[in-house]
Design a protein around this ligand. Structure first.
Ligand SMILES: [Zn+2]
Length: 286
């Protein structure tokens, strides 16, 4: 007689806690809407100068609202060109200048751009421990309230191009390592840093939006996003095949039109989407 009752109770208590057990990630929302965040430290990790482009609207909003925004790029972007005249050194310099120009359009100061200097295209073959150690140092120094990163995926992962999948995993690994006092202990005993756990995450993606659970209206900063997107001459414009440091007015207009066309829209509003996650880094992929 009692068994069915216990059974019913178990089922109902499971259902009662359903949102926690089943699909916690889908239901997670920040306590304060992103559009109202202020006074926070925001850190973005990407593989290349321009990976942050997927979040430019949200970064511009956060910057304008009085948050401290830092952009960390793992590689110098010194490989991605079809222009046979460019050397690695030239390309790295171009990519740095384009990134600084784009961030300036968003209002983000140049000294908030940090490039870790790894080679483009080979990130996953770098010494992973050293990359994570460098990222952990930055996390412990900047102590971000929120981390933007390539989504490392959950449950299973689809193939994603090499630097992006490496950056996704390295960012999550660094977020996890930063909270453990005895990992990279020298940073704490010798460099005066303290362990730190990033509490909130906004994971971005470029063509698989299935896991998005939060959308930010970026209509108010659309002009900044277009101007910033138009700075990447060597990546998206005619400079991809034949780089010219002084593009014509027509080429600049074409860049702006392309940047505008890349903005995602729904019901006439410009938006960016993310997978929002809050909690222990251990469960980022659950
Ligand atoms: Zn990239």
């Amino acid at each position: 007689m009692r068994i069915p009752i216990i059974g019913v109770m178990l089922v109902s208590s499971l259902l009662a806690s359903g949102p926690t057990l089943l699909g916690q990630e889908k239901s997670q929302k920040p306590d304060t809407p992103i559009e109202k965040w202020t006074g926070r430290t925001v850190m973005l990790i990407g593989a290349h100068a321009d990976d942050d482009r997927l979040s430019h609207g949200t970064l511009a909003l956060l910057q304008a609202q009085g948050n401290r925004v830092f952009v960390v790029t793992l590689t110098t972007g010194n490989v991605g060109t079809q222009d046979p005249k460019l050397s690695r050194t030239q390309l790295a310099e171009i990519r740095r200048n384009e990134e600084l120009a784009a961030l300036a359009e968003l209002g983000i100061p140049g000294d908030h751009y940090i490039n870790l200097g790894y080679d483009d295209g080979l990130l996953e073959f770098e010494d992973r421990k050293a990359v994570v150690e460098n990222l952990v140092r930055l996390i412990r120094k900047l102590r971000p309230d929120v981390l933007f990163a390539w989504d490392p995926g959950k449950n299973f992962q689809r193939w994603h191009k090499s630097d992006h999948r490496a950056a996704a995993y390295l960012s999550a690994d660094a977020a996890r390592a930063a909270m453990w006092r005895l990992l990279f202990e020298g940073q704490i005993t010798q460099e005066g840093l303290k362990e730190y756990m990033i509490p909130e995450y906004l994971f971005y993606n470029d063509y698989d939006y299935e896991d998005e659970n939060i959308w930010v209206d970026i209509s108010s900063v659309e002009g900044k996003v277009i101007n910033a997107g138009a700075k990447y001459f060597s990546q998206f414009g005619p400079g991809w095949k034949n780089y010219n440091p002084n593009p014509s007015e027509a080429e600049v207009k074409q860049m702006k039109d392309d940047a505008q066309a890349h903005i995602r829209r729904k019901d006439g509003k410009a938006f960016e989407g993310f997978r929002y996650y809050r909690g222990l880094p251990d469960a980022i992929g659950k």
